[in-house]
Design a protein around this ligand. Structure first.
Ligand code: 5GP
Ligand code: MG
Length: 222
């Protein structure tokens, strides 16, 4: 067995942690100048952690074809990288997408709905499903989403998330992911799919937003 316990452990980004990578080396659209606070996780760190997550999934699902179920829009870049890593491991899968909404601005509403879902029972019934998420914060979205998915009579259901937030004050999340890339401090983060008012999904790296970023009028960009 080449399996190591290590890759099953979520990488912890400390509370005051920033990436070792020099932020000045990062690429981002010029209109974001001043909006990015600190660099939390570099693209290179995401990439290598994605390889480890794919190895864990391959070990657990070898010989089966899990349904890789992407939650739009935030998980898209992570999903794409994860599938690429699974291909390199010769792990087969099928692809499905859903859109859940629970977030308004920078505060979780706790109300989860499946928006315009294209999920069909015949694509999910009796299948191993891996829900791919961008971030688990309070876990409210997941806790509401998982029962909606179980209605499709799945063979199994697990969650793979790029990030999970530490909530602090001994708070426990309403639901947890089996596979989690990074445990991050309780801060609002952006990039690699994660947005603030639909901006910043197009960043290669993961950043903490600055006050100027929070105050910026997204509608001023066309
Ligand atoms: P939860 O229901 O777990 O509190 O929140 C999950 C959803 O809230 C995520 O899928 C994501 O859309 C959004 N979210 C939570 N924390 C953050 C954050 O730090 N940054 C961004 N951009 N979105 C977040
Ligand atoms: Mg999400």
């Amino acid at each position: 067995m080449t399996s190591t316990a290590n890759k099953r452990e979520t990488t912890v980004i400390p509370d005051e942690g920033t990436s070792n990578v020099d932020p000045a080396t990062r690429l981002y659209p010029p209109e974001y100048e001043g909006h990015l606070g600190s660099l939390l996780i570099s693209h290179e760190e995401i990439d290598s952690r994605v390889q480890e997550l794919a190895q864990c999934i391959h070990e657990d699902y070898k010989g089966t074809r899990p349904v890789m179920l992407c939650t739009l829009k935030g998980a898209c870049p992570f999903y794409q990288h994860l599938l690429d890593a699974l291909q390199d491991l010769k792990q087969g899968y099928t692809m499905e997408f859903l859109r859940a909404s629970s977030y308004v601005g920078a505060a979780t509403s706790g109300n989860v709905t499946l928006l315009g879902s294209e999920l069909n029972k015949e694509d999910l019934e009796n299948r191993h499903v891996i829900l791919v998420e961008d971030i688990v914060d309070t876990g409210t979205t997941l806790a509401n989403l998982l029962p909606l998915l179980q209605k499709f009579e799945l063979k199994s259901l697990e969650v793979c998330t790029m990030l999970e937030k530490r909530l602090g004050d001994d708070k426990t999340p309403a639901a947890k992911a089996k596979y989690a890339g990074f445990s991050i401090p309780n801060k609002f983060v952006l990039g690699f799919g994660l947005d603030y008012n639909e901006l910043y999904r197009d960043l290669k790296d993961i950043w903490v937003i600055s006050q100027a970023g929070i105050d910026f009028d997204a509608k001023s960009l066309v």
